[in-house]
Design a protein around this ligand. Structure first.
Ligand SMILES: Nc1ncnc2c1ncn2[C@@H]1O[C@H](COP(=O)(O)OP(=O)(O)OP(=O)(O)O)[C@@H](O)[C@H]1O
Ligand SMILES: [Mg+2]
Length: 237
């Protein structure tokens, strides 16, 4: 018998998980021994969420983020990304998802020193075979979004730390990723500039509904995220 209208409406519609890690363990080989960096970690993140990962140095934060961003494999456990089991995909298949769905931001920016801000932001689009004109147009839009259109022709050494990080954010965003992963994005910035970078990330989460996961040691950063995940000795506590 078909469901009545009220029955359909009263059914709970689950928030879709963009990230779903189940019992994920990461073991690094270490000489004759092995180091267990993550122990049976369960972690979910809904589409549109903004979360901070905090924890002591060596607790496993970057290890977790590297697995989430397909930069490394887990040793055991399951990883579902956007509903798809990605635990056993080959490197080229992971690279394809990574290039289209994930944007990375790192503490040390990783901009190409000899290229302009605009060329740095265009780079991910080249990997996807986007034409030069289209890439330049999209990159310029992203630089405008982070407030740097007027500095598009500057090279990294002609920009402040905060401006370089905003270029890196524009580069992370240019491909329209569903997920932004940031490992200590304000770690190399003074507190005022760090706050500006956080303002921008919060705005991207709020206005554009980007899912954002940030590793940070900075309380000022974590307290502005709607959710804080603490890692201790390879466990989420
Ligand atoms: N490639 C590797 N081989 C062996 N051990 C590793 C490797 N990478 C990380 N580890 C170890 O795994 C643990 C977790 O490292 P991870 O980089 O995830 O820590 P973290 O929480 O990001 O620390 P930090 O805040 O200092 O960046 C550390 O004890 C580290 O020494
Ligand atoms: Mg780290």
């Amino acid at each position: 018998m078909p469901l009545k209208y009220w029955q359909v409406c009263s059914q709970e519609i689950p928030l879709s998980s963009l990230i779903d890690l189940e019992h994920v363990t990461k073991v690094y080989p270490l000489g004759d021994n092995a180091y267990v960096a993550l122990k049976e970690v369960n972690f979910k993140m809904a589409s549109g969420e903004m979360a901070a990962i905090v924890g002591a140095s060596g607790s496993g934060k970057s290890t977790l983020m590297n697995i989430i961003g397909f930069l490394d494999y887990c040793t055991e456990g399951k990883y579902y990304f956007d509903g798809q089991d990605v635990s056993h995909l080959a490197e080229n298949e992971l690279a394809m998802i990574r290039n289209t769905k994930i944007g990375f931001i790192f503490q040390s920016f990783f901009l190409l020193a000899r290229s302009t801000a605009l060329q740095n932001v265009m780079l991910p689009l080249f990997y996807r075979g986007v034409s030069r004109d289209k890439a330049a147009e999209r990159a310029m839009m992203m630089l405008d979004k982070v407030g740097l259109a007027h500095l598009a022709q500057h090279r990294p050494n002609q920009l402040s730390g905060g401006q370089q990080q905003r270029v890196a954010i524009a580069r992370a965003l240019v491909g329209g990723p569903a997920l932004i992963l940031a490992d200590e994005p304000t770690g190399a910035l003074d507190s005022r500039t760090g706050k500006e970078v956080m303002d921008l990330l919060l705005q991207l989460n709020h206005d554009d509904k980007r899912t954002i996961l940030i590793i940070t040691h900075d309380n000022e950063v974590s307290k502005r995220c709607e959710r804080i995940v603490t890692i201790k000795d390879g466990n989420i506590v």
